[in-house]
Each structure stands twice: as structure tokens, then as C-alpha cells.
Design a protein around this ligand. Structure first.
Ligand code: DPM
Length: 328
């Protein structure tokens, strides 16, 4: 912390320095950040909080497919810069948007309790009653997630997939205007925006594994900022932390970012952590999937071991081909 925070005239309790919270401006980001602020307020009554909203590259570049921008930290970098230059104290992210390697000097201070991590199908009203398996051939499904694309192409080759960008409400509006017949979206985001009633089908993990960290929030802060680390500690959820650390270690070991077809499914049963992971090619032709069990005491070891298993089955080859294609 800066020397300012401990100047002698500052009473130790009471008039505390406001905690400056960095957030993106989208409706979903603000809903998530407000939830974090409520939690902080509940655990530390009277703690002054200040909201700083920022736009990230991902909010500004809206006309290019995510996979083509492909920059790591598309939705997080500007928030991290504000932490590093001292203009904010903590940043709230959708954990799945946060790269698995953080910039020097920043840490993941807390991983919050997880909302439902599964993906969902939202259809045009006229198609109510259909499911992915029963939709007519050629039905147009919007997603710009290579992970969703690869798995759904694999399971439902009769469907047609089309890129879609923009925040959640923009996407739903495009669906309602008839630009798509359906969309694949995270259950968590729909729930947080009160749009849960629009879900037609929740995708079973046997069909589609979710993104690393999906449904959890990551609170990032400066390494060694003990005051902030102490304040956010009560927001950490032990089970979500074990699961997400395992998932992130898996993704890190595969050198995967948010733009590779990699999915996971994790469960904690007692002291045991079960992690399933998959790597697929973009066409959904090859799909490698396996499971690793280990101890919740060392979740990252479970993720690393699972990555090793998938590499032995050819995951590296698939990912190298995708990286080579992306560079072209
Ligand atoms: C990342 C992906 C997507 C977001 C890629 C993926 C989805 C992009 C798309 C890394 N970030 O999931 O394979 O479908 O076109 C995003 C959403 C949420 C956080 C929206 C969503 C809300 C859910 C959460 C975008 N980031 O996935 O429907 O907080 O986990």
C-alpha cells in the first residue's frame, strides 16, 4: 500500500480510505460488480466503496469475431492497468474472461461462489418446444465461442453456426429481430440479468463442457496489498476456488487462452476433486476428453495431470493446428 494510507493523522478505524472498484460498464459486468459491493458492505459495514467503470478493448471492438481479435485479456486489460497504476484497488471480472497468467504484480485475491456454470440454448419464440437434437436442419445458432462451436458441431452436425458479438442484451435483441434462430449463452449471465426464463434447454456436460471459470467471479488486486486482500477474503468460496484453480491450471498447462476449443466440468465430492476436460478441433471432428481425480488440497495438480493425459492423446497436435490457422 502507498505511504499515504498510513499517514499519522489517519484514524486506524472509522474514516477508512474508500475501496476503489474497477468494473466494465456492460449491464452484466455492473450486475456482478454490484453483487461484490453488496457482499463487501455486508461483511464490512460502513466501508466506503467507490465504483470506477472502464471500457475494455472487447467493449469497443464489436464488429470483429472474437476469435480473430484473439488478444489475451480483451475484457480485462484496462482494468488491470488501473490496478497497476494505482487508480483502483480491486477489479471484478467474469473469471472466464481472465487470462490464466496474470500480469506481474497482480493476484487473484478471491474466487467467489459459483453460479450455474453450464451453457444454455435460447431460441426464437416460434421455435419453442424444440431442443438442439430436434431442431430442423440448417437452423442458425449464434455463438462466437470456439469451444461451443466445436462441441456442438460434433454433437449436432445438422445445425448451422454463425458468429455473434455484443453484450448479452444486444445478442438477445439480434435473436428477437430474427438474425438468428437460437443462441448459446451461459446460464450464469442469463440468471444475473434476470433473463433465466428465456432458457429453452440447459446443455448437459455430456454434450458441452463449459469454459474454465465460467459462472465464477474473479477479484483481482495488487500483490501484497494486505488491506484489500483481507477485505475480500470473506468473499472467497472454498469449493469454487478449488474447482476453478484446477480448471485454470488445466488451461494454463495446455497454453490455451479463451479462444481455443477447451472445455471443463468439475465436481467436489468430500475431499476429492473430479475434473473432466476436452480439447477439440474447430470442425468438431476430433474431440479428446478425459477425467482426472485428485485432492481438493492441491487442485492445480489435478489440472496439470489432466492436461498431461490429454496431451498424450494428441491435444497438443490439435491446438498447434489451431494456433497455426489463427496466425494465417
Ligand atoms: C469467453 C467466451 C465467451 C465470453 C468463450 C467461451 C463467450 C463468447 C460467445 C472467454 N468469454 O465461453 O468459450 O459465446 O460468443 C462471457 C459471458 C459471460 C462471461 C457470456 C456467455 C457470462 C458468464 C460467466 C463472454 N464472459 O458466455 O454467455 O460469467 O461465466
Amino acid at each position: 500500500m502507498s505511504e499515504l494510507a498510513s499517514t499519522p493523522w489517519q484514524p486506524s478505524a472509522g474514516a477508512a480510505q474508500p475501496v476503489r472498484i474497477a468494473s466494465r460498464k456492460s449491464e452484466l459486468a455492473l450486475a456482478q460488480t454490484h453483487w461484490v459491493m453488496e457482499q463487501l458492505q455486508a461483511h464490512h459495514p460502513g466501508l466506503p466503496l467507490e465504483l470506477h467503470t472502464l471500457s475494455t478493448q472487447g467493449d469497443i471492438i464489436l464488429d470483429v469475431a472474437l476469435a480473430k481479435i484473439g488478444d489475451k485479456g480483451l475484457f480485462t486489460k484496462e482494468l488491470e492497468v488501473s490496478l497497476l497504476n494505482g487508480s483502483s484497488d480491486l477489479a471484478v471480472h467474469s473469471l472466464k474472461d481472465l487470462p490464466t497468467r496474470l500480469p506481474e504484480g497482480l493476484v487473484l485475491g478471491a474466487i467467489t461462489q459459483r453460479e450455474d456454470p453450464l451453457d444454455a440454448l435460447v431460441l426464437r419464440e416460434e421455435l419453442r418446444g424444440y431442443q438442439l437434437a430436434t431442431l430442423p436442419a440448417g437452423t442458425v445458432i449464434g455463438t462466437s465461442s470456439l469451444r461451443r462451436l466445436a462441441q456442438l458441431r460434433h454433437a449436432f452436425p445438422h445445425l448451422h453456426f454463425k458468429d455473434v458479438r455484443g453484450n448479452l442484451n444486444t445478442r438477445l435483441a439480434k435473436l428477437d429481430r430474427g438474425e438468428y434462430d437460437g443462441l448459446i449463452l451461459a446460464v450464469a449471465g442469463l440468471k444475473r440479468l434476470g433473463q433465466e426464463q428465456r432458457i429453452h434447454e440447459v446443455l448437459d456436460p455430456s454434450v458441452s463442457l463449459y469454459a474454465v471459470g465460467q459462472g465464477s467471479l474473479g477479484i483481482e488486486c495488487r500483490q501484497g496489498d494486505e488491506r484489500i486482500l483481507e477485505l475480500i477474503r470473506p468473499l472467497a468460496d472454498a469449493e469454487a476456488t478449488a474447482r476453478c484453480l484446477a480448471e485454470r491450471a488445466f488451461l494454463r498447462a495446455l497454453e490455451g487462452g479463451c479462444q481455443v476449443p477447451i472445455g471443463v466440468h468439475s465436481q467436489v465430492r468430500g475431499e476429492e476433486l473430479h475434473l473432466t476436460g476436452m480439447v477439440a478441433d474447430l470442425e468438431g471432428r476430433r474431440l479428446i476428453r478425459d477425467t482426472q481425480t485428485g485432492s481438493t488440497a492441491d487442485p492445480e495438480a489435478v489440472g496439470v495431470a489432466l492436461a498431461e493425459k490429454l496431451k498424450q492423446q494428441g491435444a497438443d497436435e490439435i491446438l498447434q493446428a489451431i494456433f497455426a490457422q489463427a496466425r494465417r
